[in-house]
Design a protein around this ligand. Structure first.
Ligand SMILES: Cc1ncc(COP(=O)(O)O)c(C=O)c1O
Length: 360
């Protein structure tokens, strides 16, 4: 029986043709395709700027460098997220203050309120698995305490919060085009989005050796640029994003209808139009279920098996770390089932049948 992958990159003849045309253009880095992709990403997100870089991580490191955080500054971040969410905070010299998630797997605003202290400068909500965090509550807290909000949209390209695209709500946001993500570019890639001209200019400069013009370097920067072939591919993929996300929602709906009585299926808040980067269930017998599915050719994943506040890189840095009950319990129960923008409903049924046969 054919294997069912956990995720799949969107690739069609239009993408192949666009990449081939960029290949033949003779221009490979930060040219017309990158410029057009940035404009289209900004228009899609609803921000004045999108600035491409080689990954979410690269773009966010540059952004936090432009924001000039100070040693001892604190940034509130969920522990339950991909480890990269935390890295730019630490690399900027600040301290991540970890909070728990609620059952939407996004940061719990009540915990954010409790974590705000005199050194807090910002909050980094993660729209995990493609479900928007509670941005109304987070923005209100941030405004009351004079904090910035950076949205980690790596898993949520196209998701909406009260009819507004995620990535346009906070002060700035970051997107990833890594091959498993909802919008892909045939390799690594990412961008930040913001309405702030100074931030966008700063990231543009730092990604390209701190250049203002060809031979004037205003800052000591990096080479974290983006390239034309990938931008050309991404521009085509962006035109299909809404359609692919709508299909992900259909897949998720089908899973939830069939599995809702047997396992904990992902909730959808009233304000949210999630885009199901992952479809994550919870069950106490997670490892045995994963083995059962694997034996039937069905790939699964765990996002993520170790809470970030318990990662060796973190416990080695900070002596006092919080206890986060939901995060710590759920890392042993979560299982990501296959989902992507072209998955057939027959494949979804095969996965559901396998889950049901295991549980019953
Ligand atoms: C929530 C989240 N944040 C950040 C990242 C980092 O993205 P990138 O691989 O483009 O640096 C990822 C991807 O793994 C992610 O899932």
């Amino acid at each position: 029986m054919a294997k069912i992958p956990l995720s799949k990159v969107f690739l069609n003849d239009e993408i192949r043709a666009a990449a081939a045309a960029a290949l033949d253009s003779g221009m490979y880095i930060l040219g017309r395709e990158c410029e057009a992709f940035e404009q289209e990403l900004a228009d899609y997100t609803g921000t004045r700027h999108a600035v491409l870089s080689s990954s979410w991580t690269a773009a966010t490191i540059l952004l936090l460098q432009v924001m000039e955080l100070s040693a001892g500054d604190e940034v509130i971040v969920p522990s339950h997220t991909a480890f990269p969410t935390v890295e730019p905070i630490i690399l900027a010299g600040a301290k991540p203050v970890f909070v728990d998630v609620d059952d939407s797997y996004c940061m719990d605003p009540a915990q954010v309120a409790a974590a705000i202290g005199p050194r807090t400068v910002g909050v980094m909500p993660v729209h995990l698995y493609g479900h928007p965090a509670d941005m109304d509550a987070i923005q209100q807290l941030a405004e009351r305490h004079g904090l910035w909000v950076f949205e980690d949209c790596a898993q949520a390209q196209g998701a909406m919060h009260r009819g507004r695209r995620v990535g346009s709500i906070g002060f700035a946001s970051g997107f990833s085009f890594y091959p498993s993500k909802n919008l892909t570019v045939l390799g690594d890639g990412g961008c930040i989005c913001t309405n702030d001209d100074r931030l966008a200019d700063g990231v543009r400069m730092l990604r390209n050796h701190g250049r203002k013009s060809k031979f004037t370097h205003e800052k000591v920067g990096y080479n974290l640029r983006f390239n034309e072939i990938q931008a050309a591919a991404g521009r085509v993929a962006l035109r299909y994003l809404d359609q692919l996300n709508a299909h992900r929602r259909e897949v998720a709906g089908h899973y939830s209808r069939r599995l809702g009585e047997l396992v904990v299926t992902p909730p959808e808040r009233g304000w949210a139009d999630p885009v199901y980067h992952m479809y994550v269930i919870r069950t106490p017998d997670r490892d045995a279920l994963a083995a059962h599915l694997s034996a039937q050719g069905i790939d699964t994943g765990i996002h993520y098996p170790v809470a970030n506040h318990q990662q060796p890189a973190i416990t080695g840095l900070y002596s006092e770390l919080p206890s986060l009950p939901n995060t710590e319990r759920w890392v042993d129960e979560i299982l990501s089932l296959p989902i992507h923008g072209q998955m057939s409903l027959e494949e979804v049924d095969r996965v559901c049948d396998a889950v049901i046969s295991f549980i019953e």
